[in-house]
Ligand binder design. Structure first.
Ligand code: DER
Length: 253
């Protein structure tokens, strides 16, 4: 289908631009697009010494089924940075801020992304939007189960109209549990402003007018007691963001 071809195209391009067989440590994210990234890496490298850092059970399975060597995040030598981390996203805005967590792996994904010299987001055209929450409706948030009710209330007070605990739907009766044995809350919010929007005075950015700037909302949610991590990845430095955008990594050509 067009979407699978777009995922594969973005994955091949990302690996061609940002992977080297001389690397020592490579982060591998979660989801379906990452499978194409691993396939492209397999085609470009037979170096058995590269260690791949997964971002959860599914990611580790993708690595091992491809015959690559995994290393657990907590086994990394102290202070060691990954050469690169590849991951998907649910939505990406023009500053390359990402919504992540559709696969409920956002905590380990953020750990790995922040431990890499370069974070490469591989996303097909559906994910490429001017602002976050344009198409993807909610912010995934990983929460300690005991704190669910107080976190839901805090999110409502921040302006989320209907935050709700993610259930297993057909896969499991009751709440879904993450690889950390936590719950996921999916919190809808009005479309998130970019730093450019607030600089242009399109909104206060602090929720007082009902609208939030991406990074500020991420920090606010992260401060709620009980929240382990928020599925907003912000703050790729401008240069890197520009570079990725220029190469059209977010678009399927
Ligand atoms: O959960 C995540 O953040 C994943 O990266 C994921 O949502 C992307 O999944 P996809 O590649 O299957 O669209």
């Amino acid at each position: 289908t067009g979407i699978e071809a777009a995922k594969r195209k973005a994955a091949i391009r990302a690996v061609e631009e940002h992977f080297s067989p001389d690397f020592s440590y490579v982060g591998i994210g979660s989801g379906t697009t990452i499978i194409y990234v691993v396939e492209a890496i397999k085609e470009r490298s037979t170096n058995p010494n590269i260690l791949f850092v997964p971002t959860g059970y599914q990611s580790r399975q993708v690595v091992t089924q491809a015959g690559l060597t995994p290393i657990a995040f907590d086994s990394l030598p102290e202070g060691k940075m990954l050469d690169v981390a590849f991951d998907g996203a649910d939505e990406v805005d023009e500053d390359l801020n990402c919504i992540k967590g559709g696969g409920a792996c956002l905590f380990q994904e953020k750990l790995v992304a922040e431990r890499a010299k370069k974070f490469v987001c591989v996303a097909d055209y559906r994910k490429d939007q001017p602002r976050l929450l344009s198409k993807w409706p909610t912010i995934p948030i990983e929460v300690a189960p005991i704190s669910i009710n107080t976190v839901l209330r805090s999110l409502r007070l921040l302006g989320s109209p209907n935050p709700h605990v993610r259930t297993g739907l057909l896969a499991k009766a009751g709440p879904l549990k993450t690889d950390q044995d936590f719950f996921i809350i999916d919190a809808p919010f009005p479309v998130l402003l970019t730093a450019k929007d607030t600089a242009l005075g399109l909104g206060a950015g602090d929720g007082t007018d009902g609208k939030w700037e991406v990074e500020r909302l991420s920090k606010e949610i992260n401060q709620i007691t009980g929240v382990l991590e928020v599925g907003l990845f912000c703050g790729l430095d401008g240069v890197q963001a520009e570079a990725l955008r220029d190469q059209g990594l977010g678009k399927a050509s």
